[in-house]
Every structure is written in C-alpha cells, then in structure tokens.
Design a protein. Structure first.
Length: 163
C-alpha cells in the first residue's frame, strides 16, 4: 500500500509537469500519474502551435510527450539506492497524427525484479522500454524505444573510486 505522501507527490508532479513550459507550449497534458508511480497517461491535441508543415503532429512534440516517464517512474519505485538516467531513444513515425494522440506507460513487479537482478552485483543495466503513441481511433502514430541506464548507487560509487 502506498503512502499518502507518495500519492501527494504523484499529484504534485502531474500538476508541475502540466505547467512545464515545453509541455505547455506543445499542448502536452499529463492526464494521470498513479499514486504508486506504476502508470502514467499523457495526451496531446493537434493545435496550430504543435503541427508541422504538412499539418500533422510535430515529431519533436510526439517524442517529447514520451520522454521522461519511464525514468521518473523507475526512480520513484527503485528508490534512492539507484541511479536512473535516460541513455538513448529511437522513434519510428508510423502514421500521421491528425488529431489528439495518447501514450500510456506501465511498470510492474517483473520489470523491477529484473532490474534488481541485473544490478545486484554492481553492474549497470541498460533496459529498453517501448511505448506506443496512438490517436483517438487507436491508430498507431509512433513507436518509441527508450534505453535507460540503471545502476545501484553504492556500487557505482565504488566503481568510480577504483578508476
């Protein structure tokens, strides 16, 4: 069971992200961050300020709406003993975004256990996570692959000290 403090933190983060200038400017709305930081939902409507030359969703905005969520969610679920960074990303544009688009992010116990197993001996772990951006009709607009860098802090500090 998650604490009231964690639930307040999730609500505050959602509120702050919706005021974050790049999100505000692109029309990106964080619709939900679950109280346990295990799920997030984001949407973006098509407006005059986030469409490209051919009047579809600007690719940079499509990527931007998917950027920080796996990192933030994993940081909250793994705790202060872990370093979590975005390392790389790849986006594939599948079809034009001609209206509102949505993305959903989920993490589960299996993902967290896999991370803990791969980092138990101090090794870095570079998992790849995928998210789909879909329109209101469910049409796939883009696929995003995020590669994260994850390592236990104490182990990372020991490795840095040896170098």
């Amino acid at each position: 069971m998650q604490s009231k403090k964690t639930a307040r933190k999730a609500r505050a983060l959602r509120w702050l992200m919706n005021l974050y200038p790049p999100y505000l400017g692109a029309g990106i709305k964080v619709r939900q961050i679950s109280p346990d930081f295990r799920q997030a939902r984001v949407s973006m409507g098509l407006t005059w300020y986030n469409r490209n030359y051919v009047r579809t969703q600007f690719g940079g905005s499509l990527y931007s709406m998917t950027d920080p969520f796996y990192m933030l969610m994993l940081m909250e679920n793994l705790g202060r003993d872990y370093i979590v960074w975005d390392k790389a990303a790849h986006i594939e544009f599948v079809s034009p975004g001609k209206g509102t688009v949505h993305a959903e992010f989920k993490i589960d116990d299996s993902m967290l256990n896999t991370i803990r197993e791969h980092t138990a001996n101090g090794d870095k772990y570079l998992p790849k996570y995928h998210v789909e951006v879909r329109d209101d009709l469910g049409t796939l607009v883009a696929r995003v692959e995020k590669t994260l860098y994850i390592r236990r802090k104490a182990q990372a500090q020991l490795a840095d000290a040896k170098q």
